[in-house]
Structure formats: C-alpha cells, structure tokens
Design a binder for this molecule. Structure first.
Ligand code: ASP
Length: 596
C-alpha cells in the first residue's frame, strides 16, 4: 500500500543538499535510482530532476520496521526520506554533485511502487529510440533529457526577459486560422459549425504579426507552436516552436542588432559561451560561391574554387561540355588527404551522385609531384599544373571537382565539403560559429509549377536597388531577407516586409496570383495596409534547433518533450488515429475508401 506524504514537506531537491547542511535534518523525495543491500546497511541512490543523493539505512537509526521497508526498495520506487546530513563515510564520489555527503535516514515512506521499467533509466542510454519514445515518460526521467529540457526552459525564460527589457510585447495569435504563406502544406481542422469548411493550423504567425504592427504594437514576440505538413525528413517535426518577433520603424541593421544581443545573452547565460559581436555577415551570392550553401558551416575552410576559366580549353570533355551547357567546374581541396584509399574516394563519388552529380573528378598530388587522378590522362602537363595551382594544391592534397549546372555543382560540393569534414572529425561541437546570410534572392523558379515562387514569403521586401529588375529579370532581384546560421544550421530567418501596396501587388503579379486570388487569401492584410502601416521587419528562430545546438545534440527530438517520429506519428499516444464515426458525422466528413 502506498503511503502518503502527510505531515512531510520536501525541504531540498537532491543536489540542493550540500556540505553546508551537515548536521541538519532534511526531507527529500524522489525515485530510487538503485538500491544495494550490504547486509545490515542499505545504500540507496535517490534521484530527482536535480541529480542524485546517497541515502543510508541502518536499523539503529530507522528501527526494525523502517529497515524492513528499506529492504523492499527497487528501482523507480518513489520515496520520501527524512534524515540527517553527514559527511560521506565511504569513498567520496567525484562524479556526483553530492558526492561527499550522504543522508542517514530516520524515516522512510514508500509513496509509490514501480514495476521494472522496460529499459534502465540512465545517462547515455543504449536503448533503441523507438522503445524510448513509446515509453517517453520514462525516457524523460533520464538525466540527459532532463538537462536538455531544463536548458530549453532557461532559453525561453531568458528570451522573455531580454525581449521584454527591449520593449517587446508578448502577444498570442490564433491557432485556428487561415492558410499562411510559408509555402508548406497546411494541417487542416474541420469546422463542425461550418460543415465543409476548415481552419488551417498556422505555419507561422507571419500575417498576424504584421497586422499587430499595423495596429501599433511596435515590437511583438511570441514563443509559439507552428505546424507544417512537410514531406518526411529525418529531423523535421510536424509541430515545432518558433521564437517569433516583429518590429516597427526598423531596417535590417536594427533587427540584426537586437538579435545579436539576444544570442549573446542566451549563449552566455545558458552555456557560458561568449558570442563575439558583431556577427560576421555574408551575402547569399558569396555564401554559395565560397561554400556551395546558403547556410555555410564556417568552422572549417575547404572552400569551393571556380576553375571554369582554367579548364576552359582543356582536353577533358566532361569539364568543357559542362561549360558549354552554361554550367561551371568547381573544386575543393581536401588538404593532406592525397593518400585517401581508392575505396574511400569511391564512397565520396557515390555520395556526390546522391546530390545529382554525374560523377566526381579527383586528382591527388603525390609527394613526388606526380598525380593520381581520374582524368589526368585527358589533360596536358601544363593544364594539370595550372589546375593544381588554381586550387592551391600541394603534394599530399586531394582535389575533388564537380562539373555541371551551377545549382548541382554547389549542392554537390557544398555537401561533399561537409561530409569530408565529418569524416575527418573537423566539426567541433564546442566551437560556435555564427553567420548572417543576407541578400537572398527574392524569388526562386519552380520547374514543377512553371512559375516563380517566393524564396522567403510573398511579403518580403525587394532590395531598393533591384526594384527595376522585377519585370525584366525577376530571378536577379535580391531581397531584404536574412538568415542567422550557426555551424551550418539555419537557426532563424526573417526579412524586411513590403508595406507599400503597389510593391505588394507587383509581387503577387510576379508570383502569378491574380488580384482576386491575392485578396482571397491575404485580403485582411492587404486591406489593413490601406489604413496606415509602419515600415516593419522581423525574424523567427527555430527554438528546437537552437536548443539542439546548445545542448550539443544531433536530433531535435532530444530537446522536445514529446516528439513525433519521421512519419509524423507519436509512438506513445499512437496519434494520429481513427476517430468515432459519430465524430465524423458531426463534422460532415466521410473518409474515402483508400482504393477509391
Ligand atoms: N515567418 C517567417 C518564417 O517562419 C519568419 C519571418 O519572416 O519572420 O520563416
């Protein structure tokens, strides 16, 4: 029979008890991590969210009955213990915050017994993730996950404090709303009162935060759930959390300034990392050119080099035909990797093919100055030596080249660079390298849709100096959009918004929306713009990714209390699931036969 805690009050969390309490009587409560009966003396490690504390039970202190009760303790029992804090009699445990003290128990209550859990509750669990997710409530007891969620809570609290101090107001926006413009698929919620009608869950509060600016709130923020029904990707969640903000009467530098200081505070106060300000900025064009990515990892070099001019007239037709088709030839230099075994090079070639490369040309510079290469035989000595010089190749280096359309070349080399860095262990998780990427293209051409789509979203302001290109060369127009990138991961992004109706209408025209379509979808925003709208701009962070990097985890699932798996289901609750026919009837919904 479970006992109650009547008359007891927890005086400390486990690791709040310290040397300073020696001689005092304390009351602690938590879970039994483990219990060892050494005959006449029982040692229990008591665990709560703060950590572990050692308790000793001896008949002399706790009486016969109390000792018998202590003998029953098993892992994960929930207990309350009253006892005296003592200096540890046995060996000091350097690994524990409370390693030099222990509690000599004078009272024990078993508040709840526990069955043997399906996996041990311990740090660095070896248990398969699926099982851990099925029993997430047990998994969440593990110290690593507890540390992560505590860190996440701290990040949220610091964000609120900082933004409030900077004059931001925290304002909630609706969850049951209309389709928003972030370009993913919506999650829909059927309306019972309006049969056949649906709400959309927000992909972001974008339109509402812009409306709040129209309404004069000036600086808004929200830590908010967003929903995107995207195609399955390993590290995506259908619902995720943004730190979302919008500011009035500002331009890019103002947004960047406040966010740099926010990041500096968050990193200092949660993980003790100093972020040097100002954070480096790089245009999108430069990021692509040097790193083949719009979110470059700048913890290491291995930059792309465009060698198109060098190989222009060479005898290797793979190179020259890429140029003839309007593409380019670029390379990276994996310094010191010239001895890489053939098998590993082949693996890199396969890797490159996964990103659309037809092949990957390589050239290793041997220590005697000769080459080992997949294409040397098609080139003259002089052509080869010019190429090696252009790549700053030295004896012992491995040069890798992609020849294709620019998009493919960037994608292949950008990813190859990361793959090699990973293989060579160059990605130090303790090294935090931030980067603003600016001047994104406003539009991107969708081959499937046969039209331009907004790269960020349709409310993003074009750069003033490019406005004149919008009719003639829309693909060349740059946007007042910016991303904040950390170690190769985009942790946030935003833009200065269009606030002039004529530019907004032009934008919709370029995107192929008729005026009616545009008003149908976003009329409430366009109408609001008729009644006095301040220039405004904003940004949103993916909180999950931010905390993941701070916690040095590889998956956002490790910083989300109840995450879903790749196919968007929850292994613990079994959501999504079928519902009662009655519920569907009320909603006027009939589920089509899958074969229909
Ligand atoms: N709403 C945008 C997003 O979710 C962020 C922004 O432009 O503020 O990416």
């Amino acid at each position: 029979m479970a006992e109650t805690m009547k008359g007891l009050h927890r005086s400390h969390r486990c690791t709040e008890v310290s040397n300073a309490n020696i001689g005092e009587t304390v009351t602690v409560m938590g879970w039994v991590q483990k219990s060892r009966n050494k005959g006449g003396i029982i040692f229990v490690d008591l665990r709560d969210r703060s950590g572990i504390l050692q308790i000793i039970f001896e008949e002399n202190d706790i009486g016969v009955e109390g000792f018998e009760k202590a003998e029953k303790l098993r892992s994960e029992f929930v207990i309350a213990v009253v006892g005296k804090v003592e200096k540890r009699s046995g060996a000091v445990n350097e690994n524990l915050a409370t390693g030099d003290i222990e509690i000599r128990a004078t009272e024990l209550r078993i508040l709840s017994e526990a069955e043997t859990p399906p996996f041990p509750i311990e740090e660095d669990s070896k248990t398969k993730e699926d099982l851990r997710l099925k029993y997430r409530y047990l998994d969440l007891r593990r110290p690593d996950l507890q540390k992560n969620l505590i860190m996440r809570s701290k990040v949220a609290t610091l964000t609120r404090q900082f933004l409030a101090d900077e004059g931001f107001l925290e304002i909630e926006t609706p969850m049951l709303t209309k389709s928003t413009p972030e370009g993913a698929r919506d999650y829909l919620v059927p309306s019972r009162v309006h049969p056949g009608n649906f709400y959309a869950l927000p992909q972001s509060p974008q339109l509402f935060k812009q409306l709040l600016m129209c309404s004069g709130y000036d600086r808004y923020f929200q830590i908010v759930k967003c929903f995107r029904d995207e195609d399955l990707r390993a590290d995506r969640q259908p619902e995720f959390t943004q730190i979302d903000m919008e500011l009035s009467f500002v331009d890019i530098d103002d947004v960047i300034d406040v966010n740099e200081r926010l990041l500096q505070k968050l990193f200092k106060e949660t993980i003790g990392v100093d972020v040097q300000l100002p954070i480096q900025r790089m245009t999108y064009a430069e990021a692509m050119d040097r790193f083949g990515s719009d979110k470059p990892d700048i913890r290491f070099g291995m930059e792309l080099k465009n060698v198109s001019e060098v190989i222009e007239n060479c005898g290797f037709s793979v190179f020259t035909s890429a140029l003839e088709k309007g593409g380019s030839v670029r390379g990276i230099n994996a310094e010191g990797q010239g001895e890489m075994p053939r098998k590993k090079i082949d693996a890199l070639v396969e890797f490159a093919k996964g990103f659309g490369a037809k092949g990957l040309a390589y050239l290793a510079v041997n220590s005697d100055g000769t080459y080992k290469s997949s294409f040397a035989k098609f080139m003259t000595e002089e052509e080869l030596s010019n190429l090696v010089t252009a790549m700053s190749g030295k004896p012992g280096d491995l040069l890798l080249f992609a020849a294709d359309e620019d998009d493919v070349v960037f994608d292949v080399l950008g990813n190859l660079r990361l793959e090699i860095a990973k293989n060579l262990d160059l990605l130090d998780k303790d090294d935090y390298k931030f980067l603003w990427v600016t001047e994104f293209p406003l539009l991107e051409y969708s081959k499937e849709e046969g039209r331009y789509t907004a790269k960020h979203h349709p409310f993003t302001m074009p750069m003033e100096e490019d406005l004149s290109l919008i009719d003639t060369e829309p693909g060349k127009v740059r946007a007042k959009a910016y991303d904040i990138v950390l170690n190769g991961t985009e942790i946030g992004g935003g833009s200065v918004r269009i606030y002039q109706n004529n530019i907004q209408e032009k934008m919709f025209e370029v995107l192929g929306f008729s005026k009616e379509d545009a008003y149908d979808r976003f009329g409430f925003l366009l109408n609001a713009f008729k009644y006095g709208v301040p220039p405004h701009a904003g940004l949103a962070y993916g909180l999950d990714r931010l905390v993941m990097l701070m916690a040095k985890e590889d998956s956002i699932r490790d910083v989300i209390a109840f995450p879903k798996v790749k196919d968007a289901s929850c292994l613990m609750t079994d959501a999504p699931n079928m519902v009662d026919l009655k519920q569907l009837d009320e909603l006027g919904i009939r589920v089509a036969d899958k074969t229909e």
